[in-house]
Design a protein around this ligand. Structure first.
Ligand SMILES: Nc1ncnc2c1ncn2[C@@H]1O[C@H](COP(=O)(O)OP(=O)(O)OP(=O)(O)O)[C@@H](O)[C@H]1O
Length: 290
């Protein structure tokens, strides 16, 4: 049995002539906090965009294997192009055509991957509660007839969605803000609301893109407690990009270091922080700046 929730193998992403990711391979263990670090332009966001289905990688494999569930080939569900070699094994063609027509990032979300963004992307004119309800459209009963007649099943799924939203608002210390407009919340609260919105989808893997960006030290401390609680109390696996090295070293179980699109090191935080290759490429810049 494989011990990883997310398995990335030989992933490459090429934009025109620019290789943003080159043969990237690593694993994210279930129930862990895994951090992706690296200097600006290293390819971190590109990798996140691949894992969450916003980009189709040029080459390589990404597999999500939630314990006890069927593994999902995240590259296949995005819809791969047909290649000449497929005609040597025609059995593959119907599945490829199906995902070409009906595949996309929604399939990745359905498989259990949720994300937040480097630049907050909330529905600013909606209330906090409405933001969380919109995020759950996959889980609620979307049958229009059931909606018009307000069938028992429709009302039950609505109640469950509201209860789920209220639960995560409580967990992220936002319960008092449920009826406020998202755009009116202080910045730190908006960051937490983005995390709550991702959690409402019931993810197996939550990808946080620079969750501490713009937070003050007190807010960062609160965030680190929240992220650890997600792992320890809710069994959510966390994969995050972060520039705040204090936070990364404090909360991560595993750190992957990217530089120029390649993995230059990975391991436990204390191993990575002492690795001369990392110090030279990244932490050395930080250390000399302190
Ligand atoms: N859609 C795109 N089209 C072309 N080039 C891109 C695209 N997205 C990213 N790149 C390039 O890929 C490289 C990696 O960028 P990426 O944003 O992934 O780095 P990053 O490590 O997240 O950087 P930062 O820490 O500054 O956010 C950069 O050279 C960037 O210009």
């Amino acid at each position: 049995m494989s011990a990883s929730l997310l398995e990335i193998r030989d992933l490459s992403m090429i934009f025109g002539g620019l290789t943003a990711l080159s043969n990237v391979s690593f694993d994210v263990a279930p129930g862990s906090i895994t951090a992706l670090i690296g200097p600006n332009g290293a390819g971190k966001t590109t990798l996140f965009n691949c894992v969450t289905g916003f980009y189709k990688p040029t080459l390589g494999q990404m597999r999500l294997q939630p314990p006890g569930k069927t593994p999902v080939n995240l590259v296949a569900v995005l819809g791969e192009p047909l290649r000449a070699t497929d005609f040597t094994a025609p059995g593959r063609i119907p599945r490829k055509l199906y995902f070409k027509l009906f595949g996309g990032s929604h399939r990745v979300a359905r498989a259990g991957v949720a994300r937040t963004f480097q630049n907050i992307r909330l529905f600013r004119e909606m209330t906090v509660m409405e933001n969380l309800l919109v995020a759950q459209h996959q889980q609620v009963n979307r049958n229009p007839i059931a909606g018009i007649i307000k069938s028992p099943g429709f009302r039950r799924s609505e109640r469950e969605a509201i209860a789920r939203a209220a639960y995560w608002l409580e967990q992220l210390d936002l319960a008092d803000a449920a009826n406020r407009l998202a755009g009116e919340l202080p910045y730190g609260h908006q960051r937490r609301l983005e995390i709550a919105r991702a959690l409402c989808t019931g993810p197996k893997l939550i990808c946080l893109d620079e969750p501490a960006a713009g937070l003050n030290p007190r807010e960062t401390e609160a965030l680190s407690t929240i992220i650890r609680r997600l792992r320890d109390e809710h069994g959510v696996t966390v994969f995050l990009i972060e520039h705040d090295m204090g936070l990364v070293m404090e909360i991560s179980d595993h750190v992957v270091v990217l530089d120029h699109g390649e993995v230059i090191a990975q391991g436990k935080p204390d191993e990575v922080s002492k690795d001369p290759v990392v110090l030279e490429a990244y932490l050395g810049v930080e250390a000399s700046a302190e």
